[in-house]
Design a protein around this ligand. Structure first.
Ligand SMILES: *Cc1c(COP(=O)(O)O)cnc(C)c1O
Length: 371
């Protein structure tokens, strides 16, 4: 039996009867950029999240860059984020010219720790990018309080968390802007790149629309230096269909995560593993099922020799990346991030993953630990 970490083909097979006509119709329409599918999907997705406006862009990375720029983050500003995230989060901050400031995570949730944020606030701090990592919402009560008290722009990186909730409210609606990725492996993924920013502020939405289209409203007068960063019609037509299934798929992910947790409970009690834990007031959507494991690298090898692919998200924390040498960090600066990095392991998880595969994987893990 061969089990990949991600498997996208079964899902496509299940919905292709709806996808093919939509793709055909879009191709025949002659309208490929910023037309009705993008507008309809923006409204549908913003509505689903409970936000007033949605602005479709070319990727999750661009969603972050454009959101930060629409909130006037620029050179000379400091922006706080987590060192335990995908590189795109910090790359986006760099893209605005602002300085990246890292704050350590909480080991229970793997998301940024509000108390650590507080330690990093200076008179230059302008914004905070929190990341709902693996689909688990950050501690939004404390983060929101901090942002309000210190007048920081709060941007949520929801790339891994489409549909996740904190206190029954969808992520992406807690701060000034919520940024989403529709990269194919994400919980709501297209068949190519795509992203969106959601916001309740009319001016922010207007600024985002300007920035995604070269900084011009009419292609005559250029008001700012913008980008070419648009969600395209084909992806929007596809995503509009897939959005209808998001809740069902997220529920399937949650059930599979619970299935793993149940089968791995003994190994956790015996101290071999730490399985993921949904935090209080949160609805985790398990973009990834990530646990911490003793002898992680040997376990990975053993599983692979049994046909089971795993991954490490992410193998080197951002503060130790070569590109950030200039920030002057070293090993020991973010202890929780470093512990997580050395022990985390991503097991296969997708809505179509079958019970018998979860059985097979967890039995092999037990075998590895001699159980
Ligand atoms: C995927 C991802 C991004 C970037 O999204 P792209 O669409 O790939 O540009 C940003 N942040 C996080 C946490 C991600 O997982």
């Amino acid at each position: 039996m061969k089990i990949p970490v991600f498997e996208l083909k079964s899902q496509f097979r299940n919905i292709k009867k709806e996808i093919y006509p939509a793709v055909r119709e879009t191709l025949k329409s002659g309208f490929y950029i910023l037309d009705r599918h993008v507008t309809e999907f923006e409204e549908a997705f913003a509505g689903y999240c409970g936000a007033k406006y949605g602005v479709g862009v070319a990727s999750g990375t661009d969603a972050l860059i454009l959101a930060l720029r629409s909130l006037d983050i620029k050179k000379g500003d400091e922006v706080i984020t987590t060192p335990f995230t995908f590189f795109a989060t910090s790359e986006a901050i760099y893209g605005t010219g602002a300085k990246i400031i890292f704050a350590d995570i909480d080991l229970g949730s793997y998301t940024i720790e509000p108390k650590e944020i507080e330690k990093k606030i200076t008179r230059r701090t302008r914004a905070l990018v929190c990341v709902h990592l693996y689909g688990q919402p950050c501690d939004m009560s404390d983060i929101k309080k901090l942002a309000t008290r210190h007048k920081l722009k709060l941007i949520e990186d929801c790339a891994q968390a489409s549909g996740a909730e904190y206190k029954n409210r969808k992520v992406g609606t807690f701060g000034a802007a919520g940024c989403f990725s529709f990269y194919p492996t994400k919980n709501l993924g297209g068949y190519g790149d795509g992203g969106m920013v959601i916001t309740d502020a009319k001016e922010t939405a207007a600024s985002l629309r300007l920035l995604r289209a070269y900084g011009s409203r009419d292609r005559r007068r250029y008001l700012v230096h913008g980008y070419n960063s648009r969600l395209d019609e084909l992806q929007a037509a596809i995503l509009k269909i897939k959005l209808k299934y998001l809740d069902k798929w997220n529920t399937a992910r949650r059930n599979r995560a619970a299935g793993y947790n149940k089968r791995l409970a003994r190994l956790q009690e015996e101290g071999f593993l730490v399985t993921p834990k949904e935090q209080k007031d949160s609805r985790h959507v398990y973009h990834l099922y990530v646990l911490r494991a003793k002898k992680r690298d040997a376990l990975r090898k053993f599983l692979l020799s049994n046909g089971i692919s795993t991954a490490v998200h992410y193998p080197l924390p951002l503060h130790l990346q070569k590109v950030y040498k200039g920030l002057g960090h070293r090993l020991g600066d973010f202890p929780n991030t470093e512990i997580a990095t050395s022990e985390i392991l991503t097991l296969p998880l997708y809505p179509e993953l079958t019970e018998d595969k979860i059985d097979f994987i967890t039995r092999k893990i037990g075998r590895f630990y001699g159980k």
